[in-house]
Design a protein around this ligand. Structure first.
Ligand code: SF4
Ligand code: SF4
Length: 343
């Protein structure tokens, strides 16, 4: 696998990295097998977060004895210095290392969050202190909001930016990454498969290969996914006219109001599994009716309990009108039940 340098950090990483979120869904032994296979294929960049359950712990066990071969990145969702310092101590303990190559402020996606992390006593202060002490190599941030990401980039305080980037979410990512590259920052593409929404890995990675200087970090939870992505990098092919037409069709099917399955809207006080309910629209095209009813029935019925409190909407980094969308999806679910005699 080819290696690339992450902006001006001097960190040499594989041309795609390993996103750690899905490790939480994989048993420990299987997580280790997948990570060992990734190392065998030449993956040298591993990204996780304090927020991702036991992902750090599983990653550390799999990387035991191989720490020096990889670039290791994690994140803190804490907004103040005290919380970020406590998170870092826990992360280093979980990852069984004395330093992170990259420490990122997680989901800096609102004005007030950016102000808070950069203020005296904010999370950035803790990251900077850790950098001076050698516990952190570089400081980056992740965001889902282009305007806030641009402000953070213009602050000149960060070495890397992590932003959702795939052929459906290309416009904002293009602006964010262009601004970051002007400042010599490393650009990390999260959600290269649209958070699981885009099924055509071939289109996703061939398109990403056309975006210069961007390192995707697909979340990987199965050996087959890893092998497929590695094969797309080993055997690079340009996008064909048919590929481009397929991408256009997918873009128009999804429209602009689609759920990225990030889960930031959760928990709902009324127990509605919002990301699962939102999936209905894409699953309805892929699953047999009975199977879909079995998989999604409970989540769909729970939408009836929505009291429009708006808590989820306030937390959604994509500013989706969640209660309104859930209402539409519930209507579509009722039509689906009627069409298939499932009511
Ligand atoms: S608006 Fe509805 S779905 Fe959202 S948090 Fe409130 S009850 Fe849950
Ligand atoms: S509704 Fe918004 S916050 Fe919730 S999973 Fe979808 S994109 Fe994320």
């Amino acid at each position: 696998m080819k290696n690339v340098t992450l902006g001006n950090t001097g960190l040499v990483v594989s041309e795609f990295g390993f996103g750690g979120i899905p490790l939480t869904r994989v048993p420990e032994d299987e997580a280790a097998r997948i990570i060992h296979r990734a190392l065998e294929l030449g993956v040298r960049f591993f990204d996780t977060a304090r927020l991702y359950g036991d992902s750090e712990v599983k990653m550390a066990r799999a990387l035991e004895g191989r720490r020096d071969e990889v670039v290791l990145a994690s994140k803190t969702i804490s907004r103040d210095a005290k919380g970020a310092e406590a998170d870092l101590a826990q992360t280093l303990d979980n990852l069984r290392t004395d330093h992170l190559d990259l420490y990122q402020l997680h989901n800096v996606a609102k004005d007030e969050v950016l102000a808070q992390v950069m203020a005296p006593g904010g999370a950035y202060e803790a990251a900077q202190k850790a950098r001076q002490e050698g516990r952190v190599g570089h400081i980056g941030f992740s965001s889902h909001h282009p305007d806030i990401a641009l402000q953070a980039i213009e602050s000149g305080k960060f070495a890397t930016v992590q932003f959702a980037c795939n052929f459906v979410e290309d416009e904002a990512a293009g602006k964010v990454f262009a601004a970051a590259q002007k400042r010599g920052m490393g650009c990390i593409a999260m959600k290269p498969l649209g958070g699981g929404l885009l099924e055509r890995a071939d289109l996703c990675f061939r398109w990403l290969q056309t975006v210069p200087g961007v390192v995707p970090i697909p979340g990987i939870q199965a050996m087959s996914e890893l092998d497929q992505i590695a094969a797309l990098y080993a055997d690079r092919k340009p996008l064909s006219d048919v590929d481009r037409a397929d991408m256009e069709r997918i873009r128009s099917e999804l429209g602009s109001r689609f759920c990225h399955r990030c889960g930031y809207c959760m928990p709902c006080p009324n127990g509605i599994d919002i990301p699962i309910a939102m999936l209905f629209r894409s699953q309805v095209r892929r699953f047999p009716a009975q199977e879909l009813a079995r998989l999604s029935g409970r989540a769909m019925e729970a939408i009836e309990d929505c009291e429009q409190c708006g808590e989820c909407e306030a937390r959604c980094p994509y500013e989706l009108p969640i209660p309104e969308m859930l209402g539409e999806i519930l209507n579509e679910w009722r039509d689906f039940q009627a069409r298939h005699g499932l009511a």
